[in-house]
Design a protein around this ligand. Structure first.
Ligand code: 6PG
Length: 248
């Protein structure tokens, strides 16, 4: 799997370079098909992404964007813990993406994580295989992920049975070590069928885990298990996060 690691002095530089990268990904996608499918995770990512995107909004073909969530917390869409609320407030509310092209968790199912995951998988199937006769895993143009200091990504945590999920596109969990406990998440087969995955990782608290994940000698670190079979993995780091990496 090809991998590219970029380190920039500050989070603002990460934002600006991420914007250019997303623009290239959009243009490449639109040269191949008529839409740009992107999945977003939560945490600090929406703010880092928004800072760059909103500065050059006119460069993007928003009407072609289809936005999904790489993971979501099982809370109402307007809850302070909702990844959709984060992304909406950070940038979705400020750009003209048609509302039906933003795929949220079903707000009626947030009290039933398993049903919410099944419903989200169904939304993905409708979006990627609408005739129902194509059951291959979806191929996202771009998935943007964060990484926790324990090596988790999406809501795939080290040592959790969900890291072994091989059949479902979307799974639920009710024991997330990072609060809130109830979540849904894309699974590794989906991450590993993407055309491109970019991790956006900033801050000194990620230094040690970055060394371990990028070294690739250790098994079972979810961020290190993202290896798209026909795709490329990118890392966008700021200097505090990259401080312990060797130059290569
Ligand atoms: C979530 C996530 C999670 C996040 C990482 C990194 O909803 O909690 O999607 O996987 O991306 O924990 O978060 P930070 O960038 O805030 O450290």
């Amino acid at each position: 799997m090809p991998r590219t690691v970029y380190a920039f002095p500050t989070v603002n530089d990460v934002s600006a370079n991420l914007r250019d990268f997303v623009l290239r990904a959009q243009d490449e996608a639109l040269a191949k098909h008529d839409r740009f499918t992107i999945a977003l995770s939560g945490g600090s990512l929406p703010a880092t992404l928004a800072r760059g995107l909103l500065e050059h909004q006119t460069a993007f073909q928003w009407s072609k964007w289809h936005v999904f969530y790489a993971d979501e917390r099982c809370v109402p869409l307007d809850d302070a813990e909702s990844n959709h609320r984060l992304a909406h407030e950070a940038f979705l509310a400020h750009v003209p993406i048609p509302a039906e092209q933003v795929y949220t968790i079903n707000p009626d199912l947030v009290g039933q994580p398993e049903a919410a995951a099944e419903d989200y998988q169904h939304q993905l199937m409708q979006a990627f295989a609408p005739t129902g006769d194509d059951v291959r895993f979806p191929v996202f143009d771009l998935i943007l992920l964060g990484m926790g200091p324990d090596g988790h990504t999406c809501s795939l945590f080290p040592g959790h049975p969900l890291v072994n999920e091989r059949a479902l596109w979307v799974s639920s969990l009710t024991d997330s070590p990072k609060p809130p406990p109830s979540r849904i998440t894309l699974t590794f087969p989906v991450l590993n069928h993407a055309h491109a995955v970019a991790f956006v990782t900033t801050g000194a608290n990620k230094q040690d885990m970055l060394v371990r994940v990028l070294d690739q000698s250790e098994e079972g670190l979810p961020a290190g298990m993202v290896n798209p079979t026909a795709g490329h993995v990118y890392w966008f780091l700021d200097e505090p996060a990259a401080a312990k990496l060797q130059d290569s």
